[in-house]
Write a protein that binds this ligand. Structure first.
Ligand code: F0G
Length: 433
């Protein structure tokens, strides 16, 4: 079977060889996606193969991405695959979070269990495989932190050079530390994410560097497997809703593509609805979705949120994301800094924990159930995109009453859990217990 790149724009649909280095359609500038002419998937035998691979010791089968290789068939062979055993992330029941979110039940699909602690690893193993297939020696990305951590790890593991561009002073130390430790050349640019992305796209083309932002269609293919693994773990019973945070909107695009393909081939009968949650200070997709005519996304010039992972004002994948949310009969919601902070503490208290951007999901659900958009007895899966340890500074400040929103207002520490300073005195300590 052949694989192609196809222009996502319905009026264009131009096709290109999968071995061309392209991020946008050369004809119309539209986004590209992987396309498989002659593709045919018979769900029942494929499901059995996928299940059997779970007990295989072959590295390809142990990967929670490449185990599902039939759904991402863009490679001719697997010689270029570098796996760090990505995917394989759990689904966790969280009754206390369900109650907070106004639901009878809720499960978290926790992508923070990935090797570098975020969902980016699902896509990055595919992006780096494609870079190797193209013979690239250097890869680059602009990042709010998680993409760079992931790309640094996978590129270094593959023996190619990672070049990272991040907004100076605007990513968490946990993520910056990962990039440095994994050996990436790291540039802290004095500009915001959207400005740096425009800058690096120009540089990459001129210098023959392969760009691994989520505009890269092969990363989107890898991120599809988050949905495939989720449904496999649920014995192919599709939930009513899948809730996720929205930043650059790559994940929304990937989830929608996966669901469309799985429904088309008969892996699932019902299409879950997507609920995308943005931070109030960086919510251009929310505004687009609310507009009477959803023509063009109006970028937010100065996005602001403490959930730095989703501090993006001009998300590149909005045309794909819009179509996917519409096709799934989904919704877009936005939440405040206070709502994110409190929801995050609730997820932590479930013994699960996540980074701030991920907590937007629970905050969004709480709003959507209150509004009656999500019914209380709905079957909901929320995707926690990043690990709790990505941003410990935020956590310490919240629990000690020192967390300030970008506009300077103090976040209320509704669920504060202050550490207690005590002298080395057993009686004093006992009196506090
Ligand atoms: N959650 C986390 C933890 C993220 O790191 C990101 C994106 C998102 C949600 C939003 O996902 O962009 O697919 O809508 N982080 C990117 C980065 C932009 O550079 O690490 P999206």
């Amino acid at each position: 079977m052949s694989s192609k790149l196809i222009c996502f724009e319905p009026t264009c649909r131009a096709q290109f060889a999968v071995t061309e280095v392209l991020y946008n359609c050369p004809k119309c500038g539209g986004l590209l996606e992987a396309h498989y002419p002659g593709w045919n998937l018979d769900p029942e035998p494929v499901k059995s193969v996928w299940r059997a691979r779970r007990i295989s010791n072959a590295p390809l089968d142990q990967s929670g991405v490449w185990r599902y290789r039939e759904i991402i068939p863009f490679l001719e062979n697997f010689d270029h695959v570098v796996s760090l055993r990505e995917g394989n992330t759990p689904q966790l029941a969280a009754p206390a979070a369900a109650q907070y979110g106004g639901l009878h039940r809720l499960t978290f699909k926790h992508q923070g269990f990935n090797p570098t602690g975020s969902f980016k690893d699902n896509g990055m193993t595919c992006g780096v495989a494609q870079a190797l297939r193209l013979g690239m020696k250097r890869v680059a990305c602009v990042s709010t932190g998680n993409t760079s951590a992931s790309m640094a790890a996978y590129a270094s593991a593959a023996g190619i050079e990672p070049l990272i561009f991040i907004p100076h002073g605007n990513i968490s130390y946990g993520k910056l530390a990962q990039a440095l430790e994994y050996g990436a050349r790291t540039f802290q640019v004095e500009a915001n994410f959207d400005q740096i992305l425009a800058l690096v796209r120009g540089l990459a083309e001129g210098l023959g560097i392969y760009l691994l932002n989520s505009i890269n269609p092969f990363r989107i293919e890898g991120q599809k497997t988050i949905i495939v693994e989720m449904l496999d773990q649920r014995d192919w019973n599709a939930p009513d809703w899948i809730v996720l945070p929205g930043g650059n909107l790559g994940n929304t695009s990937a989830f929608g593509k996966a669901l469309r393909e799985l429904k088309h081939w008969g892996f699932i009968q019902k299409m879950p609805r997507l609920a995308v949650i943005q931070a109030e200070g960086a919510a251009p997709f929310y505004e687009l979705f609310r507009a009477s005519e959803r023509r063009r996304l109006e970028p937010v010039g100065h996005p602001e949120t403490l959930a730095t992972a989703i501090k993006i004002g001009d998300p590149v994948s909005w045309p794909k994301a819009l179509r996917e949310v519409e096709e799934s009969n989904g919704v877009v919601e936005k939440v405040s800094e206070q709502e994110i902070a409190d929801a995050k503490a609730v997820i932590g208290k479930c013994g699960i924990g996540c980074e701030p951007a991920s907590a937007a999901t629970l905050a969004g659900m709480r709003k959507l159930t209150a509004e009656g958009v999500i019914e209380r007895d709905a079957d909901v899966v929320a995707v926690l995109t990043g690990n709790l340890l990505k941003d410990p500074d935020y956590i310490y400040r919240y629990h000690t009453g020192q967390l300030d929103a970008p506009d300077g207002t103090r976040i209320r520490s509704t669920f504060a859990n202050q550490p207690i300073v005590v002298p080395n005195d057993p009686e004093r300590i006992a009196s506090l217990l």
